[in-house]
Design a protein around this ligand. Structure first.
Ligand SMILES: [Fe+2]
Length: 242
């Protein structure tokens, strides 16, 4: 079977070896990658029913007895493929640090408090028109030891499963105007400036809930399927979010 998903979509991704991001030195492949023809196992995606999603899975402020500390936010957006078709029923998962910049993870031992009312993981599926929504708190910045005084900008990790395994996207959502952008090798491992800009959410005043929460919009573009030549003009313009 030929390549159904366009390879051009991958141009926006970070290079496997991004030396400023130290872990990639050992993790990145040292030999050229082999292009594997698409087969049914790549083209038939994971199938998720709504049943697997529990109530409050998309509300990270209601997963414990009390409310977590921090700045409550709504994070929402539209999942499209690169041919601008909405992707309904896509599994959207996120994970993040708490408002103090601490993860609930054995490896994260930096001296910031854990919040007993916040785990930092959520999931949902897009609706029939490809929209999703989460309620959470704004994550704090945290130190990560990559280089002297390295701090990650505020961010939320995302995983999105589209219609096939080849359209799965793992990325990070950032917040507008973060002063740590110029110093972050992970953010800057995405080579194209426009692709980096697509990882930054938009402050969304219209969907802010008065006296309750700020809102940020984060639209996500997954890979699209190759179209007949006459309709492929926008494939290189609308590439997947890295
Ligand atoms: Fe993180």
């Amino acid at each position: 079977m030929s390549l159904i998903y366009p390879k051009a979509s991958l141009d926006a991704y970070p290079k496997h070896l991004s030396p400023g991001y130290k872990s990639t030195i050992k993790r990145s492949p040292s030999k050229p990658l082999m292009i594997v023809p698409h087969t049914l196992s790549e083209l038939t995606g994971p199938v998720y029913g709504h049943d697997a999603i529990q109530e409050n899975d998309n509300d990270l402020t209601k997963q414990h007895k009390g409310e977590p500390l921090g700045e409550r936010i709504v994070v929402h957006g539209h999942v499209l493929d690169e041919d601008k078709r909405p992707v309904p029923n896509a599994l959207v998962e996120l994970w993040q640090a708490n408002a103090c910049g601490r993860y609930v993870h054995i490896v994260d031992q930096h001296p910031a408090p854990l919040d007993p009312n916040f785990t930092g993981a959520g999931r949902t599926v897009t609706d029939a028109k490809g929209y999703y929504k989460f309620i959470t708190v704004k994550p704090g910045a945290y130190p990560w030891g990559n280089h002297h005084n390295a701090w990650r900008p505020n961010h939320i990790h995302f995983s999105v499963f589209g219609h096939s395994f080849l359209s799965r996207l793992v990325t990070q959502m950032y917040f507008p105007g973060d002063y740590l952008f110029p110093y972050d090798p992970i953010f800057n491992s995405v080579p194209d400036e426009k692709a980096r800009a697509r990882m930054i959410s938009t402050f969304d005043l219209e969907n802010t809930v008065p006296d309750w929460a700020l809102a940020f919009r984060f639209d996500i573009v997954l890979r699209g399927r190759k179209q007949p030549r006459s309709t492929t003009t926008n494939i290189n313009k609308t590439i997947s979010r890295a």
